[in-house]
Structure formats: C-alpha cells, structure tokens
Design a protein around this ligand. Structure first.
Ligand code: AMP
Length: 206
C-alpha cells in the first residue's frame, strides 16, 4: 500500500508516520527530511534548498520531483511507502501520478489556530522522533534514543507564517484533487493526542 500523508505543517504527519511505520512496516519518505540531510551533508541540493526552506517557501518543483522520482526506484519501496510532505502542490501531484501508484491520501485535519504553537514548541531528534516542550517536563533528550533534542531552524514564528501561507495557497487544493480521484480519507481527530489520531488511522488502514 502506498499512502500520501497530507496536512498543514504541524498537523502531525511526521509523528503519525513514525507510528504507522512501526505497525504497518511502510517506508517513510519525507522530502523535508531528505532536504535537511542534504543541507547537513553540504550537497548541491542542500545548498539550493536551504534558502527556500529558510524562507518557508517551496523548493523548486523540478528538483523536488526528481528526488522523489529517484527515491521511488529503490528496491525497498516494494514493501509499500508513505509520502510525507510530497506532493505539496498540484504540479507535483500530477507529476507523481506519472511515476507512482498511490492507493490512499490521509488528510490530517487540525484547526490553523493551533499550528503556530505546535510548531514553535516542537523539539526534534535526529532519530526522527518529535516532541512538544509542554510535554517534555524540562527534558532535553529523546525518550526513544537518548540523543539531544533540537529545534528546527525553520520552526520560528516568521518562517512558520510563510509555511502556513504556502500550505493554504498551494497545498490545500490537493484535498480536492485526491477527493476527485476517490482516494482522500479525512482524519478528523487531528487535534487530539497522537495516540487518538493513530487509533483513527488504524481504523482506516484496518
Ligand atoms: P517539512 O519537513 O515537510 O515541513 O518541509 C520543510 C521544508 O522543506 C518546506 O517548508 C519546504 O521549504 C521544503 N519542502 C519539503 N517538501 C517539499 C516539497 N514537496 N516541495 C517543495 N519544497 C518542499
């Protein structure tokens, strides 16, 4: 099964992806993670992507689509995968239809008023786990692997505002795109706890 995880920044796509991966053994492919790894590694893609990511806007479509197209040629995708953060606009969605077969698009719904606090309070670990300062009780390390947590460079109010604008203008139209393909399923408990959201997703995935 190949799934798209759709939702605004801060909707919990990454958190749910890690739970889905554990239970359903689906590969987690996050374009944001791929870009951040490239930035860390100082690659040409990383150098190009950084200015866009810092500004909270989309990295150019051609670069992004090429990365995903290439990633989907690897052998491990045969086990089924989740796309997290891709596609992010109609052009990317139409390109994806040319080189992948998507079964389902899970749209995690969260009221926009909650997103700024969720993102700016987010602390992440290199292992992929993420937390919110409100539930960390002062801890600065990952409960799963013990590494030091950090705040993503683009998780600041100014960049988040731009990321939310980008989502509303460019990504939200994908809801209708996948609805018209009969692939959209809404996850309506997105404002609940990660476990509540995951329980709803499990019902959907069966
Ligand atoms: P994310 O980790 O999904 O929040 O993505 C972080 C940033 O990476 C976004 O704000 C974009 O600048 C960039 N990015 C991630 N996925 C895409 C995509 N599909 N198309 C263009 N830019 C992307």
């Amino acid at each position: 099964m190949n799934i798209i995880l759709l939702g605004a920044p801060g909707a919990g796509k990454g958190t749910q992806a890690s739970k889905i991966k554990q239970k359903y053994n689906l590969l987690h492919i996050s374009t944001g993670d791929i870009f951040r790894a490239n930035i860390k590694g100082g690659t040409e893609i990383g150098k190009l992507a950084k200015s866009y990511i810092d500004a909270g806007v989309l990295v150019p479509d051609e670069v992004t689509c090429d990365i995903v197209k290439d990633r989907l040629t690897w052998d491990d995708v045969k086990q089924g995968y989740m796309l997290d953060g891709f596609p992010r606009n109609l052009f990317q969605a139409k390109e994806l239809d040319k080189f992948a077969k998507i079964d389902l698009c899970l749209n995690i719904e969260v009221d926009e008023s909650l997103l700024m606090d969720r993102i700016c309070g987010r602390r992440v670990c290199a292992c992929g786990e993420s937390y919110h300062i409100n539930t960390l009780n002062g801890s600065t390390t990952c409960a799963k692997c013990g590494k030091e947590l950090y705040q993503r460079a683009d998780d600041n109010p100014e960049t988040v505002k731009s990321r939310l604008d980008t989502y509303n203008t460019q990504t939200a139209p994908l809801i209708d795109y996948y609805k018209s393909q009969g692939k959209l399923v809404s996850v309506t408990s997105g404002e609940g706890s990660p476990d509540d959201v995951f329980a709803e997703i499990c019902k959907i995935l069966g």
